[in-house]
Design a protein around this ligand. Structure first.
Ligand code: ADP
Ligand code: MG
Length: 623
């Protein structure tokens, strides 16, 4: 019986989609097809072509790279660089698969320092688009041009470097072309790809044109300058610089303070040895570092550069090379977490905040000033404030109901003769947050510093101070507690009574001694000394509410900090409480000395600076 006849279908019926491949013998795929398959991974869209080509230019030592796009990069991507060029004899190899000048052995691969090394980008691109290479090395008397569609190298005109033109992306693979989005979307991806690379290479000049319009012009310069051009002024005004080294691992860059948080992850840039990566481990470390200061629904913004021995990181995980694998992943996680935590916690006076704090930092702290923290070579040296009655009351959150007008000299007050309104351009020893002028509606403290006016949210500022103090106290061991002369009796629900009993140990760990006084009554015998002056029943109820939601068996650090935040919020000075000038100044000095005092526990800012220039602008002075 003839099987073929049996398998034949009646005329007129269409062949169903083949599930079993029509060819059953094993055979080698043709090179073009292999490249087209590889292109699926490397050449996802115009932006990925742009990335590969710009990285090639950087590998060639370019100092300026000009990118021209037409129709979102689909019609044309043209990259011109001033790099070392390609020798004529190497030209055909540049377009061949697995041909590279960057590595030669496994050993090279393990410590690769160039962006490229797989030798497949140009071949992949050439398999799905029309590629033209024009190039000239320093030794050549003229340039050479090679087209991917065929033919040999021919003489061309070019001063130096290399021009790569990629036209009609996916012209021969219409199925892929369908996946492309609108011209504007593809352009946006291209621009983002270039911004990323440019962020990592401020030493190189870049330009970007789309449909003959200049979109971006980035001269070579300092990292700060590049950051400003790419992230904008606002980010700069709200960021800390990071520079931490441990052994041969170093983290540098910029991390925005929580006040600049985003609703998306669009401003999170991590670079590993100069290469932009999306890495779960690194973003997790960053998220953890921000967890303490940022509301859970907000996303931090940062541009961070991790450098380490290339042998300690595998970049050959994915053809696009945006994933990496660290040899010591735990160590890297810890390092990044701690480096960032430290940067975010840097107190005002020593901060590297580029505008806000910098404007307020005095050039050299006078050694005699009683409250000033100083920051030397990354080590924080906070001098203990001289305790005064007002200060201690203040630190405990206990405030007099009415302003006290005793003008006895205190550590937090302006220097003698300076009064409460030192003249503009005060001495170099003036504290960063200045001296209090007045209180506004019982909510804000107005202070004058060298730069101009400082507005402080007094509750938020105090809350932050208490939070850090509580944390430090508890980190150092069981916190100092204050036994109440008369235990505070609190009426609670049966559930809360049970919650208190179940969590007695956790509560003791943060300074509370609470026992049942009846089925619906608790007796609070001791509280953390820092909070002794506060509203104890309200504080305990808030804590129980927290513990009800989250079982205490999990009072790990993160949970503990949430409890501390609740405590700080309750312990902090309430709005509408009148403060005396010494109390206000004590708060300002305490904020300067406290880690992260420029953000409250909810990630809101605790103070803002209005410079004289900004005030002048409001009144159109000097116009
Ligand atoms: N802009 C350029 N300037 C100089 N040489 C280049 C340039 N682009 C590509 N090349 C050469 O072509 C080779 C192949 O490039 P590519 O396919 O991207 O592979 P890879 O970058 O992994 O080596 C490179 O190794 C390099 O020698
Ligand atoms: Mg390459």
């Amino acid at each position: 019986m003839d099987h073929h006849r049996l398998l034949q279908r009646p005329a007129g019926l269409k062949q169903p989609p083949a599930i079993i491949p029509p060819v059953s013998h094993i055979h080698q795929l043709p090179d073009l097809l292999i490249s087209q398959i590889a292109a699926g991974e490397v050449v996802e869209r115009p932006a990925s072509v742009l990335k590969e080509l710009v990285e090639n230019s950087l590998d060639a030592g370019a100092t300026r790279i000009d990118v021209q796009l037409e129709e979102g990069g689909v019609r044309l991507i043209r990259i011109a660089d001033d790099g070392r060029g390609i020798e004529r004899d190497d030209l055909p190899l540049a377009l061949a698969r697995h041909a590279t000048s960057k590595i030669a052995s496994l050993d090279d691969l393990e410590r690769v320092a160039s962006y490229g090394f797989r030798g497949e980008a140009l071949a992949s691109i050439a398999s799905v688009a029309r590629v033209t290479l024009t190039t000239r090395t320093a030794a050549d008397s003229h340039a050479w041009r090679l087209r991917s569609e065929g033919g040999s190298a021919e003489p061309a005109a070019l001063a130096a470097g290399t021009v790569v033109e990629v036209a009609d992306l996916y012209y021969n693979t219409p199925a892929r072309r369908k996946f492309l989005k609108s011209e504007n979307t593809e352009y946006a991806h291209c621009a983002e790809a270039l911004r990323r690379i440019a962020l990592g290479r401020p030493d190189v000049a870049f330009s970007l044109m789309h449909n003959r319009t200049v979109k971006l012009r980035l001269p070579a310069g300092k990292p700060e300058q590049r950051l400003r051009e790419i992230f904008g002024e606002e980010f700069i005004a709200h960021c800390r610089d990071v520079d931490v080294t441990a052994g041969d691992v170093r983290l540098t860059g910029y991390a925005a303070l929580p006040a600049y948080s985003r609703s998306g992850r669009d401003e999170q840039y991590f670079f590993v040895n100069g290469r932009f990566v999306r890495d779960k481990l690194l973003s997790h470390a960053a998220r953890e570092a921000y967890a303490d200061v940022l509301h859970g629904l907000r996303h931090p913004a940062y541009a961070l550069f991790l450098s380490l021995d290339p042998a300690g990181v595998d970049v050959n995980v994915h053809p696009a090379k945006t994933e990496v694998r660290f040899r010591d992943s735990r160590g890297i996680h810890q390092f990044v977490f701690h480096a960032l935590t430290r940067a975010l916690a840097t107190p005002l006076a020593g901060a590297g905040a580029m505008t806000q704090a910098a404007a307020a930092v005095p050039p050299a702290p006078a050694p005699s000033a009683p409250y000033r923290p100083s920051f030397q070579q990354g080590r924080l040296d906070v001098r203990e404030p001289t305790p005064t009655a007002a200060y201690l009351d203040f630190a405990r959150g206990a405030f007099p109901a009415a302003p006290r007008n005793d003008a006895s000299p205190r550590g937090g007050e302006p220097p003698a003769g300076g009064a409460a309104t030192p003249s503009t351009g005060a001495s170099a020893g003036a504290p960063p947050l200045g001296y209090a002028l007045a209180q506004l509606h019982g909510i804000y403290i107005l202070a004058q510093n060298e730069a101009g006016l400082v507005l402080v949210d007094m509750h938020a500022g105090h809350e932050r101070i208490l939070y850090e103090k509580l944390k430090n106290a508890i980190d150092a061991g069981p916190p100092p507690t204050q036994v109440l002369l008369v235990p505070a009796l609190i009426a609670v629900s049966e559930t809360d009574a049970a919650v208190a009993a179940d969590n007695a140990e956790a509560l003791a760990g943060i300074g509370f001694e609470i026992a049942a006084a009846g089925p619906r009554e608790l007796a609070v015998r001791a509280v953390p000394a820092l909070l002794a002056g506060g509203d104890v029943p309200a504080l305990v109820r808030a804590l129980l509410a927290e513990l009800r939601e989250h079982p205490a068996s999990r009072v790990v650090e993160a949970r503990r900090n949430e409890l501390l935040a609740t405590m700080a919020c309750h312990g902090a000075v309430r709005a509408r409480r009148a403060l005396t000038p010494p109390e206000m100044n004590a708060l300002l000095r305490d904020m300067e000395a406290t880690e992260r005092a420029d953000q409250c526990n909810h990630g809101r800012p605790t103070w803002v600076q209005l410079s004289m220039a900004e005030l002048d602008r409001l009144f159109m002075r000097g116009k």
